[in-house]
Design a protein around this ligand. Sequence first.
Ligand code: NAD
Ligand code: GLY
Length: 356
Amino acid sequence: MPDSIRTIPVRVQPPYEVTIGCGLLGRCGDSLAPLLGRRKIAVLTDDTVAPLYLDTVTASLEGAGFAVCFHVFPAGEGRKNLATLGELLEFLASEHLTRTDCVAALGGGVVGDMAGFAAAVYLRGIRYVQLPTTLLAAVDSSVGGKTAVDLSAGKNLAGAFCQPAAVLCDTDCLKTLPPDVFADGAAEAIKTGILSDESLFALFEDGTLTADPGAVIARCVQYKAGVVERDEREQGERKLLNLGHTVGHAIEKCSGYTIPHGHAVAAGLAIIARSAEKLGWTEEPIAARIAACLRKNGLPTDTGYSAEALAEAALSDKKRAGGDITLVIPRRIGACELRKVPVADLPPIISAGLEG
Ligand code: NAD
Ligand code: GLY
């Protein structure tokens, strides 16, 4: 059923739905009007996505009775910062949005994280919806309510938990993604497979997302929704979703945010899998299989940065608490565990996972 519409509930307070299917952006006004009321809506997007999808979204929202304004900012992780956040907040204020109005985040994870954060703090919080346009945003970042910007000290260091009112994931958007941006999303979906579902992982070992990406997105969202429902504020189980991210975020930071998140996470997955295997923390050999799967999907499995540089970059990681840091360790494909280690042990642990 490649064309079917799938709806996944996220049972937090208040609950919301993730809808996945073709053509959803062209019908977003009718979908959102009953939920939001015919309010003013500010569409926030970047300058790559705007020429592709902004007219479609604006026309649909206006057709359904919304008063629409929009703001377009330069694409890229390098712009996910306090300066852009300030720009977004000033825009919302200049448009006189009130607490009954809302924001639509139209784009990938960068737009979603920043527009979500702007909505979380503007007037101490207004509602927002996620309209994810990358595979990464579809399988991961649009769901769960983590919003953030990067600081010079590190990745996602200022942010808020703020759940969207709805997520509309139009799978047609995947058709315009450059292959490397598509691969970024594959990295987070492969992560989901390693965390929870060997058969999902195996789909990526075959090399492509096949004819029905909506089904793969739905499996990832279903898993993430369950984790978020059980641990919305990342006190325990949700930490597992950071598999590959301690090293991944360090790679992003070391590169000055020129290596995309998905590529950095892919290298982080491969590195932690090799470390875990060498240190005897896995139940069976998994590192070669994970690396082969990542390579098959156009993703890296190593980095040129030294273990010391990566460990230093990880010192400002949110997963650090005092002298310890919580790592996510793959035990086998489909099951991982949290392991608290002293920060001082990080360089040798990372070093064990580097190929060079
Ligand atoms: P991105 O938002 O930078 O998008 C990548 C590029 O693709 C950009 O140039 C964008 O303009 C372009 N693009 C977007 N949609 C397109 C389309 N349909 N066709 C053509 N081009 C398109 O990157 P991303 O990979 O989507 O997201 C990465 C970000 O997500 C990181 O900042 C990461 O920290 C964040 N993230 C957040 C969470 C969360 O839970 N909040 C989870 C995972 C990742
Ligand atoms: N991407 C990690 C999380 O949402 O918790």
